[in-house]
Unconditional design. Structure first.
Length: 266
């Protein structure tokens, strides 16, 4: 006689384990939404560029992940210091540890790093590797201790006689991408616009391109984020974001002033 096949129901997870899995999933789902829930002293500078939010999201996500790991590790350290402290009459017991735990705390950080790398790679390609179409070109040559800016003149080309030059004063129109070609005359400098989430080294003998687009009008500082000499502290410029009409007027005024000075010197 054939034996009856028994239907075995899937075994349910223990209640405690199910709760831990649910809490972990809930934490993973809500972690991105908590990215901006930080005290004021951990807030980033104001964001005034189109891709600033994307960079801030990655930064806050990494900050939360590393912050949670730090708190957990330090809490365990304090617990073990108390739990396994030296006590009279109780001999020490040596243990090898847990292979399962070692595998877990090796695989989990590796997965986190791979996911963060993939997320960062997309932002890197968008910001560093592809320049937007129809952008305005500006050349900036850094030197100890100033920023020399050059705008294309009426012909729309850089490094021609009608170029408009400026010292430590950068003007750009709001809502239009700007591609900056960075160079250096002497040492390594770093073109840093915190509010625009822009930081790019200017290296002697190289031309490095970076782009950004302002989202509102205003005035901010240009700083050098690389120690470039004794006068590093005073290597400061200013960036003014204005309406397209005001920018064109400023550019025309600068060109007219340069032409006037050239006529007077000739």
């Amino acid at each position: 006689m054939r034996e009856r096949q028994k239907c075995v129901a899937p075994r349910a997870l223990p209640r405690g384990r199910s709760l831990r899995v649910a809490l972990f999933a809930l934490g993973a789902a809500t972690l991105p939404s908590l990215a901006t829930a930080l005290p004021f002293w951990l807030k980033l500078p104001e964001n005034v560029s189109t891709y600033g939010g994307q960079i801030d999201g990655l930064f806050y996500l990494i900050l939360w992940i590393t912050g949670v790991i730090f708190v957990v590790v330090e809490a365990l350290l304090i617990f073990f210091l108390f739990r396994y402290r030296r006590r009279e009459g109780k001999p020490a017991r040596y243990t090898h540890g847990s292979n399962r735990l070692e595998v877990i705390w090796t695989i989990v950080p590796a997965v986190i790093c791979v996911v963060l790398a993939m997320m960062s790679r997309r932002s890197w390609a968008e910001i560093k590797q592809s320049m937007p179409q129809g952008a305005m070109n500006v050349e900036i040559v850094a030197e100890q201790f100033a920023w020399n800016l050059r705008y294309p003149g009426a012909d729309g080309k850089l490094n021609t006689p009608d170029d408009v030059q400026s010292l430590n004063q950068m003007h750009i129109p709001v809502g239009r991408p700007v591609v900056v070609s960075l160079k250096s005359k002497d040492v390594i400098h770093s073109f840093f616009l915190p509010e625009f989430r822009v930081k790019q080294d200017a290296v002697p003998g190289m031309t490095t391109r970076i782009w950004f687009e302002a989202t509102r009008v205003g005035n901010w500082e240009i700083t050098c984020a690389e120690l470039c000499g004794l006068g590093h502290y005073r290597m400061k410029g200013f960036i003014t974001v204005e309406t397209p009409e005001n920018f064109e007027k400023w550019l025309a005024d600068q060109a007219a002033e340069a032409a006037k000075e050239a006529d007077q010197s000739s």
